[in-house]
Write a protein that binds this ligand. Sequence first.
Ligand code: ATP
Ligand code: MG
Length: 443
Amino acid sequence: MTKKIISAQSLGINKQLVKHDAIYVIEKLHANKFDGYIVGGGVRDLLLNKTPKDFDIVTNATPEQVKKIFKKNSLIIGRRFKIVHVIFDNINPEKMINNRPINERHIIEISTYRSSKVNKNNLNERGRIIEDNNYGTQKEDGIRRDFTINALYYDPINEIVIDYNNGLKDIEKKLIRIIGEPKERYTEDPVRMLRAFRLAVKLNLQIEKSTFTPFAKMKHLLTHENKGRMYEEMLKILLSGSAVACINKLREVNLPHGVFTLFDHLFFKTKPDTFAIKSLEKTDARLQETSDVSLVFILSGLMWNMVYTAWEKLIASGTNPHQALLDAIYQHRDFANSIGITKYTFSAMRDVWLLQLEFETPTIKHLGHILTVPRFRQAWHLFSLRHDAGQIDPVVFKWWDRFINGDNDLRILLQEELPKEEDITKTPKKRKRKKKTITKKEI
Ligand code: ATP
Ligand code: MG
């Protein structure tokens, strides 16, 4: 393959869309006589006129050399392939907490060019790469990347793009084409097959024929992949902004069961979970506008119907609603852990779920608590989805809707409307109402 160097301007790249942090990192690498290029999704998205979500950087400096440049603000990470994280603490004036702009931690990932030589000792019995710490040239690095459109190198200082694999042609043709021999590349790393589908759906691209064909015979390899890696891939799909379309695509191509157990449970069956689909549609729509969607919300929305079904069953068998909800959540703990959801994430999901009962039965006594819990907003979004799905008494929903969107005066009036008893739908115990006024400040 020949090396092509093209001016970034002639390709219509809008340098304004490159984050200052990425430019800063490249300038520093240059100042220390090293290469510094943006590679992967960052360049690809700029060329497709999309706003990139992050900028990954490659260099000929080793991780240790990079660490020397960025010192305390950097961290060498990774086992399979060492990379360096450069950490920035930026103040975001658009986001405030208590009238103060918040500090946002932002990471730029710097990797060293990889060698194209795969050492046979580093392959497992299925031919999959298990360890990989050989450094190489830029050209070799290009060969090791997955798709031609992901192997373009952009230097925003000298304003050039370097292309070894005809990636620019494929950008024009809107094609995802694997670099090298497809079967070999999927054997080395089966996850590339999933990446092709995700990127095709998210960026509205076609998968080139020889890149697509081996999938039918090789898709079973995905069932051997490590749980953590598959969890990461699942999150990438869920956060892609095109999750529903991507899941539909995976269903259409008959992704084997056991690759994404959560999707098997929710979507890849005769009667898919409509609540989960609706919840994901909302997330997709929101992600098209902002990147500010919490993973805890997405996962608690996806798993809600499983918990809800168990909850209803337990109530029907005579358990009190609070205990029933605790038990229903507990019943799903092992499942969540088995698909890679951490204990920490699950405990946050639990908070979102537990708040559902408090939303269903607003009382003066609990109002103060519910408004101050950190997961309040996420729980409210889930409650709204449940309302759309017909799970909530419309009178109760209307009350909350007015309360949350109302001013202090309206809130005080609305508190007067709360029933004297705690029970609106589910809680059997009756409690005396205490007078307490909640103001906007407490939210
Ligand atoms: P996204 O917009 O989802 O971040 P991306 O292409 O940037 O898409 P990353 O996972 O951030 O995806 O990967 C960055 C780059 O690393 C890719 O563009 C590609 O060049 C390379 N890469 C990632 N995963 C693989 C893989 N499994 N095999 C080969 N190269 C890969
Ligand atoms: Mg990326």
